[in-house]
Design a protein around this ligand. Structure first.
Ligand SMILES: Nc1ncnc2c1ncn2[C@@H]1O[C@H](COP(=O)(O)OP(=O)(O)OP(=O)(O)O)[C@@H](O)[C@H]1O
Ligand SMILES: [Mg+2]
Length: 327
């Protein structure tokens, strides 16, 4: 499980801190595919970096923390912000945005696999044995072991992405974080990658966190999802419920903009743009684009509350309901 406990982060810049993650508070459960959605610049990658503990200048944690806990090979583990990197590859791995560019194009894939594995595994074994394990693993994933002799520049974008996912899952980590794993790939290849991720999650019985600005991706593979807007989480719940009954006006727009089979109505997209994080509006950051914004929305930011069991949202229009629990 990953507990994101009232986390706030910012980027230090010469004109002062840019607050990107604002009091984000939720949990990601074991054995689920959790999605993070939202428009470009809302902080999805920043949140994923925090989950993977890549807290490096100019990114700083202002308050709150993260706890990654679980059990592997019968042993319980728990790591907090600052310690999570000790367990990279083993208990948590990361497929970064534009991951294909992380492979060195002129180094054969087998060297890149061996390099990463030797950094992560404490157990020393002859290289030939590790290579045999890697080659068996690729076969299990329906990838040709011949790929190991190839250079990344010889592979298509989709194949490079598959290889990176194979590398990230080789050590059966409890958590795999994938940032825009299908962006910039054509739809057929996208579908193949999504199927691969789903199959892997079933096989490893682990947790996957998928960041994508594409709501279609979440609809297809995630169990639960969170919607981010301007550095805050504005809605969270079961994916099915979010698509069937979006609560937050921003989620309604995202869901409404998604084309559906048989629906011939004109899709208008979402009017306006998210605010600059350097100068966000006071109150609810979505208010300037919200069709239902009232006076109080321009003054105070709504709390992220549990509106029904397992369903959270941050909108003033939900506040008068009884029994809301602020988190
Ligand atoms: N190194 C940095 N210094 C200052 N600001 C940064 C830095 N990196 C990111 N930001 C700002 O943080 C905000 C969130 O960026 P982030 O990359 O997390 O968004 P995102 O939701 O992943 O966007 P995209 O969908 O385009 O990948 C952006 O407004 C960006 O300008
Ligand atoms: Mg991003």
């Amino acid at each position: 499980m990953i507990k994101i406990d009232h986390l706030s982060t910012s980027y230090s810049t010469i004109s002062g801190p840019v607050h990107v993650i604002n009091d984000v508070n939720f949990e990601i459960f074991d054995n689920e595919i959790f999605g993070i959605a939202g428009e470009s610049g809302c902080g999805k990658t920043t949140l994923l970096k925090a989950l993977y503990d890549i807290i490096e200048f100019p990114l700083v944690v202002d308050s709150g923390k993260l706890v990654l806990s679980g059990e592997k090979n019968g042993k319980a583990f728990s790591y907090e912000t600052g310690q999570i990197r000790k367990t990279w590859w083993d208990n948590i791995s990361y497929v970064p945005q534009a991951a294909q560019s992380v492979l060195n194009p002129i180094v054969p894939l087998k060297n890149q696999f061996l390099d990463s594995i030797s950094k992560a595994e404490t157990m020393r074994e002859p290289k030939a044995i590790t290579l045999k394990r890697v080659s068996d693993y690729l076969e299990e994933l329906s990838l040709s072991p011949d790929l190991l002799s190839a250079y990344p520049f010889q592979l298509s974008g989709g194949m490079r992405q598959r290889v990176i996912i194979a590398l990230a899952t080789f050590m059966s980590p409890n958590v795999v974080l994938a940032d825009e794993p299908t962006t910039a790939l054509d739809v057929v290849v996208q579908r193949g990658i999504l199927m691969m991720l789903m199959r892997l999650q079933k096989k490893l019985r682990n947790t996957m966190v998928i960041v994508s600005h594409d709501m279609g991706v979440h609809y297809q593979i995630t169990d639960r999802m969170g919607i981010m807007y301007s550095g805050s989480m504005v809605e969270l719940g079961r994916t099915e419920d979010i698509f069937e009954r979006p609560i937050h006006p921003y989620t309604k727009m995202l869901v409404g903009a998604l084309p559906r089979v048989g629906d011939k109505s004109q899709k208008t997209g979402i009017p306006g743009r998210p605010p600059a994080l350097t100068n966000p509006p006071p109150g609810c950051r979505f208010a300037p684009r919200c069709p239902n914004a009232k006076e109080r929305c321009k003054i105070s930011a709504p709390a992220f509350v549990e509106v029904e069991k397992g369903r959270f949202a941050a909108c003033h229009s939900l506040m008068p309901m009884n029994g809301n629990r602020e988190v």
